[in-house]
Design a protein around this ligand. Structure first.
Ligand code: SF4
Length: 333
């Protein structure tokens, strides 16, 4: 399958003084490092119609990666290709953004409270200066009705305001806005956060159905592994700005090779507490990008760490069947 979006050996680093200056405004920082690596050596590819999950704790770099893929963060190394075209200029990224839509974590907060649903569904056309399929008020109403129908909502909701919607309805309106301009790629940040489990399932089914029917690639940023199980074709696990495991989601979640992935899975809430693997559950806090440990960055939290882990950073190795992991003790092929 050819890649809709290919990321190769991507690095993002920021000047140390500038990065720390933003964290500690007004302070002199003579000891700041010259550069701070936020992301390093990230390679992944997303196909049309595929759902790709970026997983990791807060501070793992998944949001920075998504922002770099949209050209919102300067990259310091590697390459980005969308539909085979290199993204090396502001113009190329502007073209990418015309084919891309974002879904934000807080659906009601991301919708203007002063606009009706109908106006919100016409807004992407206004922002991107695209004509509606039919002109005038009747065209706006027809477009809103068609989009609402596509996401399983009645046309009468076009007259409502965001605060009059349930959480599930608001999320469906966000999905409708995301697909309004026929995007090739949708980046969704925690698309089911704050929803009841049953409503989460409905929204995920809607997204995967639209992805398959319309050939949209979904890049989903999340720490919710239950959602990843439900929706993702493939998965990339990030830890402190490095890819530590990737591959087909079903294989990675059934046989995680990296202790970090194993810990994330073991830390998932279980209906039956006896099934929880306390020995593997994640422990401690992610250290923060400024205190990146030497060797394997996970060694301070890893239940399997040995002496080599403290000094030698493991490479990302192929494990077979498309799965890769960066651990000295990952089972090899
Ligand atoms: Fe754990 Fe060592 Fe593997 Fe890192 S390299 S994940 S510390 S066993």
């Amino acid at each position: 399958m050819s890649a809709l979006y290919a990321v190769r050996d991507l690095s993002v680093s920021l000047p140390g003084q500038g990065f720390l200056g933003r964290l500690l405004p007004g302070r002199l920082l003579p000891g700041a490092p010259a550069r701070i690596d936020i992301l390093q050596g990230i390679t992944l590819a997303l196909a049309a119609g595929e759902t790709f999950a970026l997983v990791g704790e807060s501070g793992s770099g998944k949001t920075t990666l998504a922002r770099a893929m949209l050209g919102l963060v300067p990259v310091s190394g590697g390459s980005l290709h969308f539909d085979g075209v290199a993204l090396g200029s502001a113009r190329a990224f502007a073209g990418l953004r015309r084919s891309t839509a974002m879904m934000f974590q807080d659906p009601v907060g991301s919708l203007s409270p002063r606009m009706t649903v109908g106006a919100l569904l016409a807004e992407p056309f206004v922002i991107h200066r695209r004509p509606l399929p039919l002109p005038g008020r009747a065209g706006r109403a027809a477009q809103a009705a068609a989009l609402l129908d596509r996401v399983g909502l009645p046309a009468r909701l076009a007259a409502r305001y965001p605060h009059e919607l349930s959480g599930g309805q608001a999320r469906r309106v966000c999905v409708a806005r995301a697909i309004a301009l026929d995007p090739r790629l949708v980046i969704a940040d925690e698309p089911t956060a704050g929803l009841d489990v049953s409503v989460q399932g409905e929204i995920l089914n809607l997204m995967t159905g639209l992805g398959t029917a319309l050939g949209i690639g979904f890049l989903v940023i999340t720490h919710n592994l239950a959602m990843v199980r439900h929706i993702a074709d493939r998965i990339a696990v990030l830890y402190l700005g490095r890819l530590v495991e990737s591959g087909p989601a079903a294989a990675v979640l059934a046989r995680p090779a990296h202790p970090y992935t194993q810990s994330l899975i073991a830390s998932e809430p279980q209906p039956d507490p006896r099934r929880r693997r306390a020995d593997l559950a994640i422990r401690g806090e992610i250290p923060g990008i400024l205190r990146r440990p030497a060797g394997c960055a996970f060694h301070g939290r890893c239940p399997r760490a040995e002496a080599i882990c403290r000094v030698t950073e493991p490479d990302l190795r192929d494990l077979g069947a498309g799965q890769q992991a960066a651990c000295h003790f990952a089972p090899g092929q």
